[in-house]
Design a protein around this ligand. Structure first.
Ligand code: GYE
Length: 353
Protein backbone atom coordinates (compact mmCIF):
# COMPACT_ATOMS: atom_id res chain seq x y z
CA UNK A 1 0.00 0.00 0.00
CA UNK A 2 2.79 2.41 0.92
CA UNK A 3 4.31 1.72 -2.42
CA UNK A 4 1.08 2.87 -4.02
CA UNK A 5 0.97 6.05 -2.00
CA UNK A 6 4.54 6.69 -3.03
CA UNK A 7 3.64 6.16 -6.64
CA UNK A 8 0.66 8.49 -6.31
CA UNK A 9 2.89 11.15 -4.80
CA UNK A 10 5.53 10.70 -7.47
CA UNK A 11 3.06 11.18 -10.26
CA UNK A 12 1.43 14.13 -8.57
CA UNK A 13 4.79 15.75 -8.04
CA UNK A 14 5.35 15.53 -11.78
CA UNK A 15 1.95 16.99 -12.48
CA UNK A 16 2.23 20.10 -10.34
CA UNK A 17 4.93 22.69 -10.88
CA UNK A 18 8.00 22.07 -8.77
CA UNK A 19 7.94 23.94 -5.51
CA UNK A 20 4.34 25.10 -5.96
CA UNK A 21 3.06 22.23 -3.86
CA UNK A 22 4.42 19.67 -1.50
CA UNK A 23 2.23 16.71 -0.85
CA UNK A 24 1.67 15.23 2.53
CA UNK A 25 -0.55 12.25 2.64
CA UNK A 26 -2.13 11.03 5.81
CA UNK A 27 -3.49 7.55 5.64
CA UNK A 28 -6.55 6.57 7.55
CA UNK A 29 -7.29 3.53 5.41
CA UNK A 30 -7.42 2.63 1.77
CA UNK A 31 -10.09 1.95 -0.76
CA UNK A 32 -10.05 0.80 -4.32
CA UNK A 33 -12.16 2.65 -6.91
CA UNK A 34 -15.32 0.81 -7.84
CA UNK A 35 -15.48 -0.86 -11.25
CA UNK A 36 -11.92 0.15 -11.96
CA UNK A 37 -11.07 -2.51 -14.46
CA UNK A 38 -14.09 -1.96 -16.63
CA UNK A 39 -13.70 1.80 -16.65
CA UNK A 40 -9.97 1.91 -17.08
CA UNK A 41 -10.43 0.30 -20.49
CA UNK A 42 -11.98 3.57 -21.58
CA UNK A 43 -9.29 5.93 -20.37
CA UNK A 44 -7.44 8.04 -22.85
CA UNK A 45 -4.81 10.69 -22.41
CA UNK A 46 -5.17 14.19 -23.91
CA UNK A 47 -5.83 13.12 -27.47
CA UNK A 48 -8.35 10.40 -28.18
CA UNK A 49 -6.48 7.42 -29.63
CA UNK A 50 -7.48 4.00 -30.82
CA UNK A 51 -7.63 1.18 -28.32
CA UNK A 52 -8.21 -2.48 -28.72
CA UNK A 53 -11.28 -3.87 -26.97
CA UNK A 54 -11.29 -7.59 -27.55
CA UNK A 55 -10.90 -8.06 -31.28
CA UNK A 56 -12.45 -4.71 -32.14
CA UNK A 57 -10.62 -1.41 -32.51
CA UNK A 58 -12.73 1.36 -30.91
CA UNK A 59 -11.98 5.05 -30.50
CA UNK A 60 -11.00 5.84 -26.89
CA UNK A 61 -12.70 8.76 -25.21
CA UNK A 62 -11.43 11.06 -22.52
CA UNK A 63 -12.32 10.60 -18.87
CA UNK A 64 -15.43 12.50 -17.88
CA UNK A 65 -15.64 13.94 -14.37
CA UNK A 66 -18.81 15.51 -12.99
CA UNK A 67 -17.91 18.02 -10.32
CA UNK A 68 -20.49 19.49 -7.96
CA UNK A 69 -18.98 22.73 -6.67
CA UNK A 70 -20.82 24.17 -3.68
CA UNK A 71 -20.76 27.85 -4.65
CA UNK A 72 -18.64 30.91 -5.32
CA UNK A 73 -18.85 32.67 -1.96
CA UNK A 74 -15.19 33.62 -1.48
CA UNK A 75 -11.84 34.24 -3.15
CA UNK A 76 -10.79 30.80 -1.89
CA UNK A 77 -13.74 29.19 -3.66
CA UNK A 78 -13.13 31.02 -6.93
CA UNK A 79 -9.47 29.98 -6.86
CA UNK A 80 -10.56 26.41 -6.14
CA UNK A 81 -12.90 26.36 -9.14
CA UNK A 82 -10.22 27.81 -11.43
CA UNK A 83 -7.66 25.28 -10.19
CA UNK A 84 -9.97 22.36 -10.92
CA UNK A 85 -10.87 23.69 -14.38
CA UNK A 86 -7.23 24.30 -15.29
CA UNK A 87 -6.04 20.94 -14.02
CA UNK A 88 -8.77 19.16 -15.98
CA UNK A 89 -7.68 20.96 -19.12
CA UNK A 90 -4.02 20.17 -18.54
CA UNK A 91 -4.69 16.49 -18.00
CA UNK A 92 -7.17 16.15 -20.88
CA UNK A 93 -10.03 15.26 -18.58
CA UNK A 94 -13.48 16.42 -19.59
CA UNK A 95 -15.03 18.32 -16.70
CA UNK A 96 -18.72 18.93 -16.21
CA UNK A 97 -18.91 21.52 -13.46
CA UNK A 98 -22.12 22.52 -11.71
CA UNK A 99 -22.22 25.38 -9.22
CA UNK A 100 -24.80 24.73 -6.49
CA UNK A 101 -24.79 28.27 -5.06
CA UNK A 102 -24.81 27.01 -1.45
CA UNK A 103 -27.78 24.67 -1.95
CA UNK A 104 -27.38 21.03 -0.96
CA UNK A 105 -30.56 20.30 -2.93
CA UNK A 106 -28.89 21.67 -6.07
CA UNK A 107 -25.89 19.46 -5.38
CA UNK A 108 -28.21 16.43 -5.30
CA UNK A 109 -29.73 17.51 -8.64
CA UNK A 110 -26.29 17.93 -10.20
CA UNK A 111 -25.20 14.51 -8.96
CA UNK A 112 -28.32 12.83 -10.36
CA UNK A 113 -27.65 14.53 -13.69
CA UNK A 114 -24.06 13.22 -13.65
CA UNK A 115 -25.41 9.71 -13.09
CA UNK A 116 -27.73 10.09 -16.09
CA UNK A 117 -24.81 11.33 -18.18
CA UNK A 118 -22.85 8.23 -17.13
CA UNK A 119 -19.75 10.18 -16.11
CA UNK A 120 -16.69 8.14 -15.07
CA UNK A 121 -16.16 9.82 -11.71
CA UNK A 122 -18.21 12.17 -9.53
CA UNK A 123 -16.34 14.73 -7.43
CA UNK A 124 -18.20 16.63 -4.74
CA UNK A 125 -17.30 19.68 -2.64
CA UNK A 126 -20.15 19.34 -0.13
CA UNK A 127 -21.66 22.52 1.29
CA UNK A 128 -22.54 20.89 4.64
CA UNK A 129 -21.53 17.59 6.26
CA UNK A 130 -24.86 15.92 6.96
CA UNK A 131 -27.51 14.44 4.67
CA UNK A 132 -25.35 12.71 2.04
CA UNK A 133 -25.93 9.06 2.75
CA UNK A 134 -29.01 8.45 0.52
CA UNK A 135 -27.64 10.15 -2.59
CA UNK A 136 -24.23 8.54 -2.21
CA UNK A 137 -25.97 5.19 -1.99
CA UNK A 138 -27.77 5.93 -5.26
CA UNK A 139 -24.43 6.65 -6.89
CA UNK A 140 -22.82 3.55 -5.44
CA UNK A 141 -25.61 1.41 -6.84
CA UNK A 142 -24.73 2.44 -10.39
CA UNK A 143 -21.04 1.91 -9.72
CA UNK A 144 -19.69 5.42 -10.30
CA UNK A 145 -16.78 6.16 -7.93
CA UNK A 146 -17.02 9.32 -5.81
CA UNK A 147 -14.21 11.56 -4.62
CA UNK A 148 -14.97 14.09 -1.90
CA UNK A 149 -12.95 17.27 -2.06
CA UNK A 150 -12.50 20.36 0.14
CA UNK A 151 -15.22 19.77 2.78
CA UNK A 152 -16.21 16.38 4.15
CA UNK A 153 -19.44 14.37 4.34
CA UNK A 154 -20.60 12.64 7.49
CA UNK A 155 -21.64 9.09 6.54
CA UNK A 156 -21.86 5.87 8.49
CA UNK A 157 -20.56 3.83 5.56
CA UNK A 158 -17.09 5.00 4.49
CA UNK A 159 -17.24 2.90 1.33
CA UNK A 160 -19.64 5.51 -0.11
CA UNK A 161 -16.65 7.51 -1.31
CA UNK A 162 -13.21 6.46 -2.44
CA UNK A 163 -11.04 9.28 -1.15
CA UNK A 164 -11.29 12.65 0.59
CA UNK A 165 -8.88 15.36 -0.60
CA UNK A 166 -8.66 18.52 1.47
CA UNK A 167 -7.17 20.47 4.35
CA UNK A 168 -6.92 19.61 8.02
CA UNK A 169 -9.35 22.26 9.26
CA UNK A 170 -9.01 21.27 12.90
CA UNK A 171 -5.27 21.93 12.72
CA UNK A 172 -5.96 25.29 11.06
CA UNK A 173 -8.16 26.28 14.00
CA UNK A 174 -5.49 25.13 16.43
CA UNK A 175 -2.83 27.20 14.68
CA UNK A 176 -5.07 30.28 14.92
CA UNK A 177 -5.68 29.55 18.61
CA UNK A 178 -1.98 29.14 19.35
CA UNK A 179 -1.24 32.46 17.68
CA UNK A 180 -3.80 34.23 19.88
CA UNK A 181 -2.43 32.49 23.01
CA UNK A 182 1.12 33.60 22.25
CA UNK A 183 0.25 37.10 21.13
CA UNK A 184 -1.74 37.82 24.29
CA UNK A 185 0.32 35.78 26.71
CA UNK A 186 1.13 38.71 28.96
CA UNK A 187 -2.00 40.77 28.37
CA UNK A 188 -4.28 41.53 31.25
CA UNK A 189 -7.56 39.63 31.29
CA UNK A 190 -10.33 39.09 30.67
CA UNK A 191 -9.62 39.24 26.92
CA UNK A 192 -12.83 39.29 24.88
CA UNK A 193 -12.77 37.34 21.63
CA UNK A 194 -15.41 37.37 18.90
CA UNK A 195 -15.63 34.61 16.36
CA UNK A 196 -17.05 34.93 12.85
CA UNK A 197 -18.05 31.41 11.86
CA UNK A 198 -18.45 30.24 8.26
CA UNK A 199 -21.39 28.25 6.95
CA UNK A 200 -23.40 26.42 9.59
CA UNK A 201 -22.84 22.67 9.45
CA UNK A 202 -19.84 22.88 7.08
CA UNK A 203 -16.63 21.02 7.88
CA UNK A 204 -14.28 24.04 7.88
CA UNK A 205 -16.53 25.96 10.22
CA UNK A 206 -17.09 23.05 12.61
CA UNK A 207 -13.46 21.98 12.73
CA UNK A 208 -11.76 25.37 12.72
CA UNK A 209 -14.05 26.43 15.56
CA UNK A 210 -13.28 23.29 17.53
CA UNK A 211 -9.52 23.51 16.99
CA UNK A 212 -9.49 27.16 18.05
CA UNK A 213 -11.61 26.62 21.18
CA UNK A 214 -9.63 23.53 22.21
CA UNK A 215 -6.46 25.60 22.31
CA UNK A 216 -7.62 28.87 23.83
CA UNK A 217 -9.47 27.19 26.69
CA UNK A 218 -6.04 26.52 28.19
CA UNK A 219 -5.89 30.20 29.13
CA UNK A 220 -8.94 31.24 31.19
CA UNK A 221 -8.20 34.91 30.42
CA UNK A 222 -9.25 34.28 26.83
CA UNK A 223 -13.01 34.37 26.58
CA UNK A 224 -15.11 34.02 23.46
CA UNK A 225 -17.84 36.54 24.16
CA UNK A 226 -19.76 36.04 20.90
CA UNK A 227 -19.68 33.53 18.11
CA UNK A 228 -21.81 34.24 15.01
CA UNK A 229 -22.29 32.72 11.57
CA UNK A 230 -21.36 34.97 8.64
CA UNK A 231 -21.39 32.42 5.81
CA UNK A 232 -17.80 32.95 4.61
CA UNK A 233 -18.67 36.17 2.70
CA UNK A 234 -17.32 39.73 2.84
CA UNK A 235 -20.84 41.16 3.08
CA UNK A 236 -21.91 39.01 6.02
CA UNK A 237 -18.57 39.52 7.75
CA UNK A 238 -19.13 43.25 7.51
CA UNK A 239 -22.74 43.15 8.67
CA UNK A 240 -22.20 40.79 11.60
CA UNK A 241 -19.10 42.67 12.80
CA UNK A 242 -21.05 45.94 12.77
CA UNK A 243 -23.68 44.32 14.99
CA UNK A 244 -21.05 42.87 17.30
CA UNK A 245 -19.40 46.26 17.70
CA UNK A 246 -22.75 47.83 18.55
CA UNK A 247 -23.22 45.29 21.32
CA UNK A 248 -19.68 44.63 22.55
CA UNK A 249 -17.20 47.27 21.39
CA UNK A 250 -15.75 47.71 24.87
CA UNK A 251 -14.97 44.01 25.32
CA UNK A 252 -13.70 43.00 21.88
CA UNK A 253 -9.91 42.63 21.83
CA UNK A 254 -9.60 39.76 19.33
CA UNK A 255 -11.41 38.67 16.18
CA UNK A 256 -11.08 35.13 14.90
CA UNK A 257 -12.63 34.93 11.41
CA UNK A 258 -13.05 31.48 9.88
CA UNK A 259 -11.98 32.90 6.52
CA UNK A 260 -10.28 35.94 4.97
CA UNK A 261 -13.37 37.26 3.22
CA UNK A 262 -15.24 37.66 6.51
CA UNK A 263 -12.15 39.26 8.06
CA UNK A 264 -11.95 41.75 5.19
CA UNK A 265 -15.61 42.66 5.64
CA UNK A 266 -15.10 42.97 9.40
CA UNK A 267 -12.08 45.25 8.93
CA UNK A 268 -14.25 47.73 7.04
CA UNK A 269 -16.76 47.62 9.90
CA UNK A 270 -14.04 48.15 12.51
CA UNK A 271 -12.61 51.11 10.61
CA UNK A 272 -16.08 52.61 10.14
CA UNK A 273 -16.57 52.29 13.89
CA UNK A 274 -13.44 54.38 14.45
CA UNK A 275 -11.18 51.59 15.72
CA UNK A 276 -7.89 50.35 14.29
CA UNK A 277 -8.00 46.77 12.97
CA UNK A 278 -4.82 44.92 13.88
CA UNK A 279 -4.10 47.33 16.76
CA UNK A 280 -7.23 47.92 18.85
CA UNK A 281 -8.50 44.52 17.78
CA UNK A 282 -6.11 41.63 17.06
CA UNK A 283 -7.31 39.83 13.91
CA UNK A 284 -6.60 36.25 12.85
CA UNK A 285 -8.20 34.58 9.84
CA UNK A 286 -7.86 31.54 7.59
CA UNK A 287 -7.18 30.99 3.84
CA UNK A 288 -4.22 33.18 2.93
CA UNK A 289 -5.62 35.08 -0.03
CA UNK A 290 -3.63 37.85 -1.66
CA UNK A 291 -6.09 40.46 -0.38
CA UNK A 292 -5.64 39.23 3.20
CA UNK A 293 -1.87 39.36 2.78
CA UNK A 294 -2.12 42.96 1.59
CA UNK A 295 -4.07 43.78 4.74
CA UNK A 296 -1.53 41.89 6.82
CA UNK A 297 1.34 43.89 5.28
CA UNK A 298 -0.63 47.06 6.07
CA UNK A 299 -0.89 45.90 9.71
CA UNK A 300 -4.68 45.40 9.69
CA UNK A 301 -4.58 41.61 10.02
CA UNK A 302 -2.11 40.11 12.49
CA UNK A 303 -1.99 36.53 11.32
CA UNK A 304 -3.41 34.29 8.60
CA UNK A 305 -3.51 30.50 8.59
CA UNK A 306 -3.10 29.12 5.10
CA UNK A 307 -5.75 26.88 3.55
CA UNK A 308 -4.85 25.68 0.08
CA UNK A 309 -7.61 25.95 -2.57
CA UNK A 310 -5.40 24.71 -5.41
CA UNK A 311 -6.76 21.19 -5.28
CA UNK A 312 -7.19 20.66 -9.03
CA UNK A 313 -3.93 18.75 -9.64
CA UNK A 314 -4.55 16.51 -6.61
CA UNK A 315 -8.06 15.72 -7.82
CA UNK A 316 -7.17 14.99 -11.43
CA UNK A 317 -4.24 12.83 -10.44
CA UNK A 318 -6.45 10.89 -8.05
CA UNK A 319 -9.04 10.38 -10.80
CA UNK A 320 -6.43 9.00 -13.18
CA UNK A 321 -4.84 6.74 -10.61
CA UNK A 322 -8.17 5.37 -9.53
CA UNK A 323 -9.39 4.66 -13.05
CA UNK A 324 -6.07 2.98 -13.72
CA UNK A 325 -7.07 0.49 -11.06
CA UNK A 326 -4.73 1.76 -8.36
CA UNK A 327 -5.62 2.08 -4.70
CA UNK A 328 -6.03 5.62 -3.46
CA UNK A 329 -5.32 6.76 0.07
CA UNK A 330 -8.61 7.32 1.86
CA UNK A 331 -7.40 10.73 3.01
CA UNK A 332 -5.18 13.17 1.11
CA UNK A 333 -4.21 16.22 3.17
CA UNK A 334 -2.64 19.38 1.80
CA UNK A 335 0.25 20.87 3.82
CA UNK A 336 -0.31 24.36 5.25
CA UNK A 337 1.44 27.05 7.26
CA UNK A 338 0.67 30.07 9.37
CA UNK A 339 1.86 33.56 8.46
CA UNK A 340 2.09 36.65 10.63
CA UNK A 341 2.36 40.39 10.13
CA UNK A 342 6.09 40.15 10.83
CA UNK A 343 6.95 38.19 7.70
CA UNK A 344 3.91 38.80 5.47
CA UNK A 345 5.76 41.14 3.09
CA UNK A 346 8.21 38.36 2.13
CA UNK A 347 5.38 36.16 1.02
CA UNK A 348 3.01 38.63 -0.63
CA UNK A 349 4.31 38.16 -4.15
CA UNK A 350 4.25 34.38 -3.87
CA UNK A 351 0.53 34.19 -3.26
CA UNK A 352 -1.15 32.30 -6.06
CA UNK A 353 -4.75 33.13 -5.09
O1 GYE B 1 -11.94 28.54 3.86
C1 GYE B 1 -13.69 29.58 2.67
C2 GYE B 1 -14.63 29.03 1.69
O2 GYE B 1 -14.35 25.05 2.41
C3 GYE B 1 -12.08 25.43 2.90
O3 GYE B 1 -14.89 27.72 2.15
C4 GYE B 1 -13.31 25.96 2.30
C5 GYE B 1 -13.77 27.28 2.86
C6 GYE B 1 -12.77 28.41 2.78
O4 GYE B 1 -15.65 29.77 1.35
O5 GYE B 1 -13.08 30.76 2.23
Amino acid sequence: MLEKVGEFMGKLAKLVTAGAMVLFIMLSGCETGQENTERSAMISSNEPTLQAAGNEIVPARSIVVGFSQLGSESDWRRANTRSIQEAAKETGIQLILENAEQSQEKQFEAIRAFVKQKVDVIAIAPVVEKGWEPILREVKQVGIPVIITDRLVEVSDPSLYVSYIGSDFYEEGRMAGKYVMDKLLHAEGPIGIVELKGTEGSTPSLSRGKGFHDVIKQNPNLQVVESEYANFTVEQGNKVMRELLERRSKEIRVLFAHNDDMALGAIEAIEAYGLKPGKDIVIVSVDGTRKAFERMVAGNINSVVECNPLLGPYLMQAVKEMLDGRTLPKRIVTPERIFTEVTAHNELNNRMY
